[in-house]
Design a protein around this ligand. Structure first.
Ligand SMILES: NC(=O)c1ccc[n+]([C@@H]2O[C@H](COP(=O)([O-])OP(=O)(O)OC[C@H]3O[C@@H](n4cnc5c(N)ncnc54)[C@H](OP(=O)(O)O)[C@@H]3O)[C@@H](O)[C@H]2O)c1
Length: 364
């Protein structure tokens, strides 16, 4: 096996933490001695040991002179657990390959330099692109203290997210819907507009077995969410937040005994100011937000400049209808050069549907 193979193995290990480490990163570590993998580990869950510590402390072999492959620069500060750089040095690791640098201001190059100062040979940037792709959420949250936002929608091949009567169940097939359940497990929160609650009465939980459940958020300026809808009725089981600009205490007090948290935000055009909401969610340690629309809220999110990524599912169906909603409604823009610009990261055929994965590179 080559250095690249060992780092690929570390990346595969890191992915096993998907959904459980937020707001921490996904990290994997492989330790090799005399051409053999002698230790492996990954960051399994928030509050748990880091990848390097998991690999080293589960290994009975003497690691003196070994080489470590870590997908993210080892930490050098006391956080929820002691620094990993100290442990690597203590165990006599001779060489460390690092995939991504850690932009956390508490690390930011110091992990690597601490290893070098102790005489460890450090090689940075091995499979950097693949390692960076593990942690867009962590990199964004640690630098901005706001959630990374993925806008996801499912549309027909004629660009509709619902029929003209508002029906949207189901546009995509079973396999694509199962993929969305995985994404819900990976994100800390999921958000819809109140009109989607009124049209679909959704649950917004992850139905994947053993999933971590996202916090469910409804943007509802005037507290129109019905008390008997599924979200409210299951709020004691799944954390549920209504973001509003209403100061109607009587209405607010109706939600609280049912377990719903009401978050009063600043208003923008009499609706929830999404920038203010994101600030508040960041303070609640919510590092990632899956925006599932509908049409009006999606446009506001783009207009507010909060969207980082787009998942567009396209189903092989045509529904027509002038009144049928498209993924992005609102006012729209007047000139094409004002468009939000995207970079296509991948296309994937999932069953009979297509998933387009885009990164947002310019805002309105
Ligand atoms: N296929 C899909 O992927 C998909 C996904 C989701 C929804 N849908 C469909 O989309 C339709 C609903 O879409 P929609 O456009 O009618 O409604 P929506 O975007 O779900 O909700 C819009 C409502 O959210 C409230 N809101 C609060 N803050 C807002 C803000 N900053 N910006 C915009 N809205 C804000 C507003 O009501 P207040 O002013 O009262 O607060 C607004 O009327 C349904 O038919 C649903 O089935 C399809």
């Amino acid at each position: 096996m080559t250095d690249l193979d060992y780092m690929r193995r570390a990346i595969a290990l890191a992915k096993q933490g998907l959904g459980w480490t937020n707001p921490n990163p996904l990290v994997g570590c492989v330790i090799v001695k005399n051409g053999e993998i002698v230790a492996e580990g990954y960051h399994e869950k928030i509050g748990g040991w880091h990848a390097e510590r998991n690999a080293i402390l589960h290994c009975k072999e003497d690691l003196f002179g070994a080489t470590a492959y870590v997908t993210l620069e080892p930490c050098c500060h006391h956080g929820r657990t002691p620094p990993c750089s100290d442990l690597l040095i203590e165990r006599g690791i001779k060489k460390v390959f690092i995939g991504s640098s850690d932009p956390n201001p508490l690390v930011a190059g110091q992990g690597a330099s601490q290893l070098r100062q102790a005489g460890v040979e450090v090689v940075e940037g091995l499979l950097k692109e693949e390692c960076d792709a593990l942690n867009p959420i962590f990199f964004h949250y640690i630098q901005t203290k706001r959630p990374y936002v993925l806008m996801k929608y499912a549309m027909t091949a004629d660009g509709k997210i619902a029929t003209s009567s508002g029906e949207s169940k189901w546009i995509t097939g079973e396999l694509a819907r199962a993929r969305v359940q995985q994404t819900r497990h990976q994100y800390s929160a999921i958000m819809v507009g109140v009109d989607t609650v009124l049209a679909d009465n959704p649950m917004l939980n992850s139905r994947m077995p053993n999933a971590k459940q996202p916090v469910r958020i409804v943007c509802d300026s005037q507290l129109r969410t019905p008390l008997d809808c599924q979200l409210v009725q299951t709020a004691k089981e799944y954390r549920t937040v209504i973001a509003t600009v209403s100061d109607d205490l009587q209405k607010i007090e109706q939600f609280r005994p049912l377990g719903v948290e009401v978050l009063v935000c600043k208003a923008r055009n009499k609706r929830v100011d999404l920038q203010d909401l994101l600030q508040k969610l960041g303070e609640m340690q919510i590092d990632s937000l899956l925006l599932e629309g509908g049409s009006s809220l999606n446009f506001s999110a783009l207009e507010s400049g909060i969207v980082n990524r787009v998942h567009c599912y396209i189903a092989p169906k045509l529904v027509g209808g002038k009144q049928a909603k498209t993924p992005i409604g609102g006012e729209g823009i007047q000139q094409i050069d004002q468009a939000v610009k995207l970079i296509l990261k991948s296309t994937e055929l999932i069953g009979e549907d297509i998933l387009l994965d885009y990164v947002v590179i310019s805002h309105l």
